[in-house]
Ligand binder design. Sequence first.
Ligand SMILES: NC(=O)c1ccc[n+]([C@@H]2O[C@H](COP(=O)([O-])OP(=O)(O)OC[C@H]3O[C@@H](n4cnc5c(N)ncnc54)[C@H](OP(=O)(O)O)[C@@H]3O)[C@@H](O)[C@H]2O)c1
Length: 241
Amino acid sequence: MRLGFLGCGTIASAVVRGLAGKGHQITVSERSTSRSAALAKAFGDVTVACNQSLVDASEVIFLGLMAETAEAVLNGLVFRDGQQVVSFMAGADLDQVADWVVPARAAAVMMPFPGIAQGGSPIMALGDTELLGQIFEPDNRVFALWDGAELKAYLAAQAVLSPAARLVGDAADWLGQRVSDPAQGEAFLRMLISASLQASGCGELIEALNTPGGFNQRLRLHMEAAGMRESLTEGLSKLEG
Ligand SMILES: NC(=O)c1ccc[n+]([C@@H]2O[C@H](COP(=O)([O-])OP(=O)(O)OC[C@H]3O[C@@H](n4cnc5c(N)ncnc54)[C@H](OP(=O)(O)O)[C@@H]3O)[C@@H](O)[C@H]2O)c1
């Protein structure tokens, strides 16, 4: 497909890295000059163009802009019928985007994570998830959401990633003070946790690790008694409000 990226910041450049070399023709905007130039240098199928040339050259246009600046940027551009627009912008809903890109079709809002550059990443999406599946699967997985309220809830819940990384990082530091190769210790814990959660559901895994008096059960009960679960629910509810 002919894909264009308006805004070539943190998330757009991660998405481009994930799609490069997969048979698409990719155009990125000139802004974030060092990022766009690095992408064009690294990948033969990525070229840099001004915003209007990018729109003219693309069948699907991704919006990697900040929502606050999007309206002004998009109002200065001419879109055409038959083009599809996919927004990464957390702060703008699909109806707003549709008004800004007439007569193109505002196809979807998708929230990628930086890990999309390597593939194997979850993508939260609203709208035409079939189109997104064609572009991003099977390297990644598109999670179709029902409406804006669901997207808001997913956006809050995904924030569990940072405390989860904190927990594993702290356990790795604790381990690192007791072993000869701290980096290997952290790699072990990261692999243990990601592979275990990839292989089974959370409830199922907790059950499998629930041997009475076993280390896993003892540590979990200790942390639950310290309020871990209440603290998480309270924090998520604050994000939601
Ligand atoms: N970061 C994430 O993990 C993530 C995940 C999901 C969704 N998002 C959403 O993605 C959007 C971008 O986030 P980000 O973190 O990638 O921000 P960012 O790094 O600041 O990217 C914004 C990009 O917009 C460009 N830009 C500004 N004015 C422009 C113009 N007139 N023409 C073309 N490009 C212009 C900026 O260029 P300059 O650098 O030259 O100003 C920059 O490349 C946000 O709406 C955010 O909500 C981000």
